[in-house]
Design a binder for this molecule. Sequence first.
Ligand code: CU
Length: 158
Amino acid sequence: MSFKTTFTAALAGTIMLATGAFADGIMAKDPYARAASPAAKAGAAFMMIENHTDTDDRLIGVRSDAAKRVELHTHIDKGEGVMQMTQIEGGIAIPAGGAHMMQRGGDHVMLMGLNGPLVQGETVEITLIFEKAGDVVIEIPVDNERKGTHGSMDHKSD
Ligand SMILES: [Cu+2]
């Protein structure tokens, strides 16, 4: 994909997001995706999901063409500094007027079996599936250089 094509696609996605966000009242703030290295077979996406409606909603799924399997993951503290990633059962509740942080070391969108490397500055399209709001398509910029907020809870990528 050439730079120009990518840029145009990203722009179209942003416009779509803006329209969708106001219509649905669900917003993904400051999203970014990353992989541990260019050779990594897996990556993850993070963002703050905000529910600007007066209805409780639930993030029940996620899909993307960027990877063969896309799942909602969280980390479970196994004790003694051991964290294990596991798929979230039953989705993530996002109350009316509330928000949910998808962040390193916590809940995240897991991209397993990347169809191509996550290239710095490009974008990946991810569809968040909500119980009430339905599909919310977001264009997520790749930012492999972003540092985690506390410590480094990077994925074992392969
Ligand atoms: Cu994960």
